[in-house]
Design a protein around this ligand. Structure first.
Ligand SMILES: Nc1ncnc2c1ncn2[C@@H]1O[C@H](COP(=O)(O)OP(=O)(O)OP(=O)(O)O)[C@@H](O)[C@H]1O
Length: 267
């Protein structure tokens, strides 16, 4: 099967979701294809995180979320945890737990009732610690980590779930440019090797354009554009939805680069 023919892994049909009586995202429909990377972008407060939470079943929602054609509303919680790995933007971390023990918790959906982790669980954890450059921090308590180190521990925990779909809310928040690039490259490798479908929110539009096959732009709770990065990232659209003055340049490889520009005469 060629990349353009990849099967639909995740689809949302007319999804509305929120936290109280009024939904904060409304009538959202989108698709992510198996083994591809979809980035949800949009201004602050647009509803990006809420869409991810709606897919993960963490907020009340209406509409349909299909995972490989199965309505997730019908899946028991443990099945959902074996199929969807979700890493929130700012998770509350148990401060006294070590990195290794915390990451090991990600294996819980694969253990039986009261079952202890097996050698294979430990080896999956070892692999995630290596992938995320966490070995030296393995014995440290979470409460002693820097923001970027903690973020990597959160991602390691979600990776060990070994789910076919990853929902990652701003996975590079707090990471320096090197760790951010390493993380995104490793995610991309996982995507290619295991056909993992990756859905991330990303604020950095240039980074989103480099890694994602498709972008969905959300504003005020609704989808306002979807397509390849070059189709979605236009100067006019970014002005309209972000109130930003930008130029969209193109790299030699054809990727859009979004550069903020200051109004003439301000410098
Ligand atoms: N727990 C909550 N209770 C009530 N309202 C919430 C809650 N979480 C988010 N909201 C509101 O829902 C709307 C969408 O928030 P969401 O976090 O989905 O936006 P976002 O696009 O991810 O924003 P950002 O880019 O700032 O992270 C916002 O108006 C926000 O204030």
């Amino acid at each position: 099967m060629t990349a353009t023919q990849a099967a639909t892994a995740l689809s949302l049909h007319d999804v509305s979701a929120g936290y109280g009586a009024e939904p904060v995202v409304t009538h959202v429909s989108l698709e992510a294809r198996r083994g591809r990377w979809l980035a949800i972008v949009g201004p602050n407060g647009a509803g990006k995180s809420t869409v991810l939470k709606a897919v993960a079943g963490l907020v009340p929602r209406r509409g349909t979320v299909l995972l490989d054609g199965t309505d997730t509303g019908r899946l028991p919680r443990k099945d959902l945890a074996r199929r969807i790995g979700y890493a929130p933007q700012n998770p509350a971390l148990p401060e006294r737990l070590t990195v290794t023990d915390y990451v090991l918790l990600g294996r819980a959906p694969h253990l039986g009732t009261l079952a202890r982790e097996s050698a294979s669980d430990v080896s999956v954890v070892e692999d995630a610690l290596t992938r995320l450059d966490l070995h030296e921090l393995a014995g440290r308590r979470l409460g002693t980590l820097s923001g970027g180190e903690a973020q990597r521990a959160v991602l390691a925990r979600v990776l060990v779930q070994r789910t076919p779909l990853l929902l990652l809310d701003e996975p590079t928040t707090g990471l320096d440019i090197g760790h951010a690039q390493t993380l995104l490259e490793r995610l991309d490798q996982l995507r290619r090797e295991d056909e993992t479908t990756v859905v991330t929110t990303l604020h950095d539009l240039t980074i989103a354009a480099q890694y994602a096959d498709e972008l969905v732009l959300i504003d005020r709770g609704g989808v306002v554009a979807a397509g390849t990065p070059s189709q979605v990232l236009t100067t006019e659209r970014l002005r309209e939805h972000y109130a930003a003055d930008v130029e969209v340049l193109t790299t030699a490889g054809g990727n859009p680069v979004v550069v903020p520009v200051r109004p003439a005469g301000t410098r």
